[in-house]
Design a protein around this ligand. Structure first.
Ligand code: PEP
Ligand code: MG
Length: 867
């Protein structure tokens, strides 16, 4: 088996062996793009190394041979002049883990080759600068010397020799720094190795080991990445961005990762080396600045970006270096981006013909759609602004300030919502970021760690808010005269880049053109329709705006709860006989007529399923305790007699197990006058809308049927009542049933004799199949069940395929055995859950019905299910 691939030998198809970076470099070299020469040691070698704890003989020999080939290819020699070969040793896993593992640059530099570099370039400053970088990276990464010791040494030398950071130091100072760094090594009883191969092999080992660093493990855990994969190691000829004013290093995205706009977005630093951009030591400049400063390199960069996009058919993230005016590409990968940008890019690439409709649909995940529907801070709250920084990752999050990742992890376990506030974040903060709702940093640019990770997590972030002062040790945030501490509440708006004190008012997104356009693309491939659960005219209107093709469930009981109605409803319930009850129902009738009229009007001929009353009647009355309390001091206009009557009724209706009690069609059969009133209202509303010129699409649904005889009896009642309102039969309507009692699934063939449609009520069906009370189980034991692995997920969120799903399948098969074209949908909460939607597609349902806000996600899920 091959242990080492020279760059250009492999390609993306070997990503599992070469890692993302190695495969990308190989691919770019094969495309003829300017990539330095080098080779990649496979991930399999990492696994082997981690198992044995040392590099084996065979690999050591092969690395030496590969170095020989590299010397030949570059015309340079490793560890010798006159043209010394220096290499970078960089990690690269098959799955992108940005910044999680280690890198060492300038390997091969020692006292001898440094002098050769001086002779070669005539630039002692550059050679010294490269040397101090190697000593620092090697010391921290390979030998584990704390980074602070090098920082302190730098400060010491700088202070003794005038102002400035390392890149502003004069020759003598740099020289002193290299000597000082040697001291740092000696303080640890170590020596910086002069033997270039020792440097190389130790660096390779360090990169292998970094696969198992705490931060890398944490990142994998959070992102569900396999621990067994291992990292590849890329050994690549160094090119130098720190060779003076015509050299630079930078990072560029081929499109804007925040908006998706088709223009380059990136940053670069003149006279710098790779790690400077990420470390945020100097503020990088906009990549378009290169156009003027180094036009040739810029032109090549633009062309490379274009070619890479066409090749990968995606937005790319590219690292580059310019050495004395010449461009080199050092890495490429598919770029991380905000959800809004992702949608824009996907739509644009579809239009540009780069991707197909199916690819476009499969590239967008439900989380992207949810991410875009993020709220924004309402205007007019400028008074609460505490700072303004870079809008690094869109969305709004409110939470308590926390200054360290450890605290964030601890407090999040108590269910607190947190905003992680840091001077800047590093790879060590990933766990803490996962535990927080949003981020605010004082330093860093759009490609800083905090920004990249936030976008990947889809969480709001404001970075580089230079005006604040974060003292994370003391636990203080100073901003515009305020002193804030842990626990103080702030809001970050990553869409505008502002942070606010306390909670602020937010609004839904106004701009939705992209979503609408994309969802129309989705609809063009899906078979499953998306309908809506809606109970008020406002919800129906929202459902329609979000693209619902029908109303799958209107819960009429919700219409009984309005202030103007609940009194009548209660009086109706407390009636002593059916005559009295009818008189109250007569008062409810016109109210229901107006509700239904609105529904039919808004939906303009699309199906509207109205469900007859379902819950047990006591739900409309106050709690017993409340009535007792009111009895002790009745409010104005409230008579003790009335209250006593109410108490009596409540006691009458009391049930041990109301969810399995006197509700649904049971209630409709025993108190048929209630259903009769509702059917009458439906008929009148339909006739009214018809007279206005809209042909309503009426479906009447009976809840909680378990026995075909229930359906048989109610069908007769409904038909009789309807024709008393519409004797000429002008309105065509369907009568159907919910399937939400397990028995109904098992006798669905018989029920279908009396039903024109089925709608799975998976809330009740789950409750009754598991025997878990839907109102109690969640808080009491389901969470623990999931933690212990007894349940894989919450069955009230995602359909339990083995049990509930199996019953549904039986229900569909039996139902369609009786009526081949039986219309079947689902209206339980699961109708908005992507995994459940996929299942509904598989078993051949006609539609899913979801709450109005879930409709966009459901439309996407329906399309993905069809591909
Ligand atoms: C159901 O049981 O799934 C359903 C949609 O009805 P409800 O939630 O109103 O009981
Ligand atoms: Mg139900």
């Amino acid at each position: 088996e091959k242990r080492i691939y020279d760059l250009g030998e492999g390609g993306m198809h070997l990503v599992h062996l070469l890692g993302g970076k190695g495969a990308g470099l190989a691919e770019m070299r094969r495309m003829g793009l300017p990539v330095p020469a080098g080779f990649t040691i496979t991930t399999a070698e990492c696994t082997r190394y981690l198992k044995h704890g040392r590099l084996d003989e065979g690999l050591v020999n092969e690395v030496r041979e590969a170095m020989g080939r590299l010397e030949a290819a570059t015309g340079k020699s490793f560890g010798r002049g006159p043209r010394p070969l220096l290499v970078s040793v960089r990690s690269g896993a098959p799955v992108s883990m940005p910044g999680m593992m280690d890198t060492v640059l300038n390997v091969g530099l020692n006292e001898e080759t440094m002098e050769a570099m001086v002779a070669l370039t005539g630039d002692r400053r550059f050679a010294l600068d490269s040397m101090r970088r190697l000593m620092q990276m090697f010391g921290t990464t390979v030998l584990g010397i704390p980074k602070e010791e090098f920082d302190r040494a730098t400060l010491r030398v700088a202070r003794n020799n005038g102002p400035g950071s390392a890149d502003m130091m004069d020759l003598d100072t740099l020289d002193g720094l290299v000597r000082e760094f040697g001291e740092v090594y000696r303080n640890h009883g170590l020596e910086f190795p002069q033997d270039p191969y020792r440097q190389l092999f130790m660096s390779i080992e360090a990169v292998f080991r970094s696969w198992n660093s705490d931060r890398a493990r944490a990142y994998r855990e959070i992102n569900g990445i396999d621990d067994g994969m291992g990292t590849a190691v890329n050994v690549v000829e160094m090119v130098f961005g720190n060779m003076g004013e015509d050299s630079a290093t930078g990072v560029v995205f081929t499109r804007d990762p925040n908006t998706g706009e088709k223009r380059l977005s990136g940053e670069y630093l003149v006279n710098a080396q790779g790690e400077d951009v990420v470390a945020g030591i100097r503020t990088p400049e906009n990549v378009y600045g290169m156009e003027r400063r180094m036009p040739g390199a810029f032109r090549d960069l633009v062309e490379a970006c274009d070619r890479l996009e066409r090749h990968y058919r995606d937005m790319m993230d590219i690292e580059f270096t310019v050495e004395r005016g010449r461009l080199y590409l050092l890495q490429t990968r598919v770029g991380k981006r905000a959800p809004r940008a992702h949608l824009r890019i996907t739509l644009d690439m579809l239009k540009e013909g780069l991707i197909s409709v199916e690819e476009a649909v499969m590239r967008v995940e439900p989380e992207h759609i949810e991410g875009i529907m993020h709220p924004r801070v309402e205007d007019g709250q400028d008074g609460s602004v505490i700072c303004s920084g870079l809008a690094a990752s869109p969305g709004v999050a409110t939470g308590e300030i926390v200054f360290s990742s450890d605290r964030a992890i601890e407090l999040s376990k108590q269910g607190r919502r947190l905003i992680l506030v840091r001077p800047e974040t590093t790879a060590d903060d990933v766990r803490g970021m996962a535990a927080s709702a949003g981020f605010l940093t004082q330093k860093g640019g759009m490609t800083s760690h905090a920004a990249v990770v936030a976008r990947a997590m889809g969480k709001p972030a404001v970075v580089g808010a230079e005006e604040i002062e974060v003292d994370h040790i003391g636990g203080v945030l100073r901003a515009r005269g305020l002193t804030l501490r842990e626990g103080d509440v702030v809001t970050v708006d990553g869409t505008t880049g502002r942070a606010y004190i306390g909670e602020v008012r937010v609004t839904e997104v106004a701009e939705r053109d992209d979503i609408d356009e994309f969802l129309r693309v989705c609809d063009s491939v899906s078979r499953l329709q998306v309908w809506a659960n809606a109970n008020t005219p406002e919800e129906v209107a929202l459902a329609k705006r979000n693209g619902a093709k029908g109303i799958g469930l209107a819960r009429t009981e919700r219409m009984f709860l309005g202030n103007d109605r609940i009194g009548v409803v209660r009086a109706m319930i407390m009636s002593r006989d059916s005559e009295e009850r009818r008189s109250y129902l007569d008062r409810l009738l016109p109210m229901q007529v107006s509700d239904f009229t609105e529904f039919f009007r808004t939906m303009e001929g699309m199906p509207v399923i109205i469900r007859l009353l379902d819950p047990p009647l006591h739900e409309f009355l106050p709690e017993k305790e409340e009535i007792l309390e009111r009895l002790s001091g009745p409010a104005d206009g409230e008579s003790a007699a009335e209250l006593k009557k109410m108490l009596e009724t409540v006691r009458d209706l009391e049930e041990f197990n109301p969810m399995l009690g006197f509700r649904g069609c049971r209630l409709g059969i025993i108190h048929r006058e209630i259903y009769e009133m509702q059917v009458r209202a439906i008929a009148r509303a339909a006739l009214r809308v018809r007279s206005e010129g809209i042909e309503p699409n009426v479906e009447i649904m009976v809840p909680l049927v378990g026995h075909e005889n229930e359906m048989k009896e109610l069908r007769e009642i409904i038909m009789k009542t309807f024709s008393s309102e519409d004797p000429e039969g002008r309105i065509r309507y369907k009568i159907g049933t919910m399937i939400e009692v397990p028995r109904a699934c098992l006798v669905a063939d018989r029920i279908a004799e009396f039903a024109d449609f089925f709608s799975f009520g998976t809330n009740d069906l789950t409750q009754m199949t598991f025997g878990y009370s839907r109102d109690d189980a969640e808080g009491k034991f389901i969470r623990q069940y999931i933690e212990r692995g007894i349940l894989r997920h919450d069955p009230f969120t995602s359909i339990d395929l083995d049990g509930v799903g199996r019953l549904m399948k039986i229900g569909v098969e039996l139902g369609r055995k009786t009526k081949r074209d039986l219309e079947i949908g689902i209206c339980g909460e699961h109708g908005g859950d992507p995994e459940s939607i996929e299942f509904c597609h598989t078993i051949g349902l006609d539609y899913v019905s979801a709450s109005p806000r879930r409709i966009p996600v459901a439309r996407l899920a329906a399309a993905r299910a069809a591909i």
